[in-house]
Design a protein around this ligand. Structure first.
Ligand SMILES: Cc1cc2nc3c(=O)[nH]c(=O)nc-3n(C[C@H](O)[C@H](O)[C@H](O)COP(=O)(O)OP(=O)(O)OC[C@H]3O[C@@H](n4cnc5c(N)ncnc54)[C@H](O)[C@@H]3O)c2cc1C
Length: 299
């Protein structure tokens, strides 16, 4: 059995390690276009901020370790250019030499990830317009910060945009965040984002277990064998605040006509100590699709 995996970072490296555990005899080839495999994308913003250092800490594994520990045939700077499904082979281009060759497979796993969205706006190709996805990207960004960049504009207040913004601020760079939508962290319901902003990832279309709708898989999710659908969960910390969401938000449920309840649970600060206390909600607001009016009950 010969397994070929396209992409060697989060999904690809995990799939390769898992395949080795399932079969000691399989020939497993990992083809990665970039120079690195199995690195911690999630840590990239924190490397810019200096919280993660040295750079090696971003590397979960390197090709040599994967070869020695899992007997994987890892080939970096190797881009898969075409798939011949009938002939069960992929066309591989070695980016350093330009050499091309065919690699046959019995099974093929595609884990090519995603690419940052570069909106088609004037100036998008200027040299100081950068995106963040991999170690090469973060090296470019960090080099500018280390060279005493004074001001940065972060376009997009999603999880990655805000994590980057936080780390630019920590490095003393004047930071402006620009967001097209009316709130930061667009996946969250608006009232969850007033004091904050928070967390998450790609090439897989899944079935949302709450709404039943097709969705893009976010984060490093590994579907179980008895997979019935995916429930998205995100947690993000920005400065001293944390926002978390699991399942579907009101923003998703309402247009999909899925019945839901909405409950606000309040906390309060002890005036004498300033400590945040848990207590029963002072008021509970509920909304259901069948009676869309919000009702608040004092307690
Ligand atoms: C800055 C940042 C922060 C993040 N933080 C979080 C977080 O906190 N929590 C969380 O859950 N998720 C986070 N994510 C998302 C998470 O990193 C991704 O969901 C995850 O990496 C997706 O894994 P993947 O294997 O699908 O893609 P990737 O990890 O991107 O790997 C895909 C690889 O495939 C290679 N490739 C593509 N095409 C080819 C080809 N034709 N031939 C050969 N190789 C190819 C690419 O070079 C790439 O290295 C973050 C992402 C970023 C960029």
């Amino acid at each position: 059995m010969k397994l070929v995996i396209v992409g060697g970072v989060a999904g690809g490296a995990s799939a390769a390690a898992r395949a080795r555990r399932l079969s000691e005899d399989a020939e497993i080839v990992v083809l990665e276009r970039g120079p690195d495999v199995s690195f911690a994308n999630c840590g990239l913003p924190y490397y810019v901020g200096g919280e993660i250092a040295p750079r090696d800490k971003l590397l979960v594994a390197n090709p040599q370790l994967l070869r020695e520990r899992f007997r994987l045939d890892v080939r970096t700077r190797s881009s898969v250019e075409a798939i011949d499904r009938q002939g069960k082979k992929v066309r591989v281009k070695e980016l350093d030499t330009g050499r091309e060759y065919d690699e046959a497979y019995d099974a093929l796993i595609l884990a090519p990830g995603a690419a940052p969205l570069r909106p088609p706006i004037p100036g998008i190709d200027l040299p100081n317009v950068l995106t963040l996805r991999n170690l090469e990207d973060v090296d470019r960004i960090k080099a500018r910060v280390d060279a005493a960049a004074k001001r940065v504009v972060v376009v997009g207040a999603g999880f990655i945009g805000l994590e980057l913004a936080e780390n630019f601020v920590k490095r003393g760079v004047e930071t402006v965040v620009v967001e097209l939508q009316t709130q930061v962290l667009p996946p969250l319901d608006q009232e969850m984002t007033v004091p904050i902003a928070e967390a998450v990832g790609d090439a897989v279309e899944i079935r949302d277990v709450v709404t039943g709708a097709a969705a893009i898989l976010r984060g490093d999710s590994r579907p179980a064998a008895r997979y019935r659908g995916t429930q998205g969960t995100s947690i993000v910390g920005v400065f001293d605040r944390v926002a978390a969401i699991t399942g579907a938000s009101e923003k998703v449920l309402s247009p999909a006509n899925v019945p839901y309840r909405k409950i606000y649970v309040h906390q309060w600060r002890q005036p004498s100590t300033g400590h945040l206390m848990k207590r029963r909600p002072s008021s509970t607001c509920e909304r259901r699709r069948s009676s869309p009016r919000v009702t608040c009950r004092g307690r």
